[in-house]
Structure formats: C-alpha cells, structure tokens
Design a protein around this ligand. Structure first.
Ligand code: HEM
Length: 237
C-alpha cells in the first residue's frame, strides 16, 4: 500500500519488476465476456432465429458474471473486490493525476478502474437477470417470464433494452480509458490481461503480495455458478 502511494507521488521508477496480477480465471472470464458481449449485441439487434442463440449466450454471460462475483471473494489477491473497491479518498487522490501524462502504476485495478469494473459487473448482472423475465413481443421469452405478469415482463423487457445502452456506454468508456492509458500515459494495461503479468516499479513490486486463487477452487466456483444458472433456467424441481 505504501509502495503504491510512493509510486503515485514519486513517479515511475526505471527499475521495473514483473508481478503476476491477473490469474487465469480472470483472463478467461474477461475475453470470454468480451466475445459474448459482441455476440449479444449482434444477436439482440438481429432478432428472429438469432434469438434462440441470444438466450443460450445470455446463460453463458449470467454464468460468467456469477462466477466473477464469487471470484471477487474467493479468487487470487488482485481478483478480490477487497483489493480494488477503494474509498473516496483514494479515488480523489488518484483522480487528481488522471489527466497528467505521468504514468501512475498500480498492481491490480487502479481506484477509479476498480469502480468501473464494479459498475460493469452491476450493469451486466441487471442485464442478464432482466433478460430471464423479458419477452420480445413476438416468439421469444426468457425462461422465467411465465413467473410474472405480462405487464411486469414488458417492464423488465424495457429495462433490458435501455440498460443495454448503459452497458454500451460503460464498455465504450472502458475501452477508451484503456487506450488513453496506452497512448497518453504510456501504460500498457492490455498486455497483462493476456499474460497475467504487469511490470511495475521495483518499490511497488516489493509491496505486492499475490496469493493464487488455485485451479481447483476456480473449477469448483465455476461449476457452482453453472449449476445455479442451470437450476434457475431449467427449474427441475
Ligand atoms: C477490445 C475490447 C476490450 C479491451 C481491449 C479490454 C481491456 C481490458 C483491460 C486492459 C482490463 C484491465 C484493466 C486494468 O488494468 O485495470 C480490463 C478489465 C475488465 N474489462 Fe475489458 N476490455 C475490452 C472489452 C471488454 C468488454 C466488452 C467488457 C464487458 C462487457 C469488459 C469488461 C471488463 C471487466 C469486467 C474487467 C475487469 C476484469 C476483472 O477484474 O475480472 N471488457 N479490460
């Protein structure tokens, strides 16, 4: 923590060290989610026969989001919400240098980026849950639409429709921010989302305490998320 503050105040050091910040599950989650998001955009806009696949892919997104929420409690150090849900003081301190060209390295998500991640996960959760109850006024309805009245299904469908634009806004801002870091602040955030490894100033690296999440734990958490979605969608009992 002190190392992080020193690096924020003192500027980037030349002596850099690699730190494993993103575990495999976070990286798989991220790129699978980005793929699903593009597919849901296309299938939702196309409608018709694509709607059946929109529903299947929606269960995929719901499983991913549920997994990521659980992984925020059981995952490796920098996957945990506790490591990146920072208070207003840290966010303000960070925001003051946002528009300077000086890079401000951080181990996991930076304080503002952390809130962006939470906002995206919240909007994705709202999107997937409302989708379960939605109908398209033609031939497709979510698997739980019969549990609510037609009026409620219509209301939740309109939340599903406008929240998509909220998501689109958040994702666009997310991508612009990542490019801004690359082009203006000279910080490459995209590479670590593939490799898992960030190069940070030695002083900051010394304060790192990466604790792995564990492959078995990830598999168990993912299986639990899949099972929960299966039970909700199929309602076998
Ligand atoms: C080409 C498109 C994209 C690129 C280049 C990209 C890049 C990145 C990068 C570099 C990070 C890590 C940021 C950091 O270091 O703090 C990140 C995190 C994240 N991105 Fe993206 N992203 C893309 C698309 C998306 C899309 C479409 C979504 C959502 C629908 C998304 C959701 C997220 C989330 C939730 C995280 C947090 C990861 C975690 O902690 O689990 N990204 N992204």
């Amino acid at each position: 923590m002190h190392g992080q503050r020193d690096a924020m105040q003192g500027g980037a050091a030349h002596d850099e060290r690699p730190v494993r910040v993103w575990d495999v599950p976070v990286r798989l989650f991220h790129w699978a989610l980005a793929g699903f998001f593009a597919f849901q955009f296309w299938s939702g806009e196309t409608g018709g026969n694509a709607m059946q696949w929109h529903l299947y892919a929606g269960y995929g997104v719901l499983s991913l989001v549920l997994f990521r929420i659980l992984w925020g409690f059981f995952g490796s150090t920098y996957a945990r919400f506790a490591s990146f849900a920072r208070g207003p003081a840290a966010c303000l301190r960070y925001a003051r240098q946002l528009f300077s060209r000086r890079p401000v390295p951080s181990l996991g998500h930076n304080p503002l980026g952390g809130w962006m991640v939470l906002a995206m996960l919240g909007a994705l959760a709202l999107q997937t849950v409302t989708g379960l109850f939605a109908n398209d006024q033609i031939a497709t309805q979510g698997p739980l639409a019969d549990l609510v009245s037609d009026a409620w299904s219509d209301r939740l469908s309109s939340v599903h429709a406008w929240n998509f634009y909220v998501l689109l806004g958040l994702v666009s801002l997310h991508i612009v921010a990542v490019l801004y870091y690359r082009l203006v602040k000279g910080q490459n955030l995209i590479g670590p989302m593939f490799s898992g490894v960030k190069r940070v100033p030695a002083k900051l690296a010394e304060s790192a305490a990466p604790r792995p999440g564990g492959a078995w734990r990830a598999l168990i958490v993912f299986a639990a998320a899949l099972l929960a979605v299966y039970l909700v969608v199929q309602r076998p009992f």
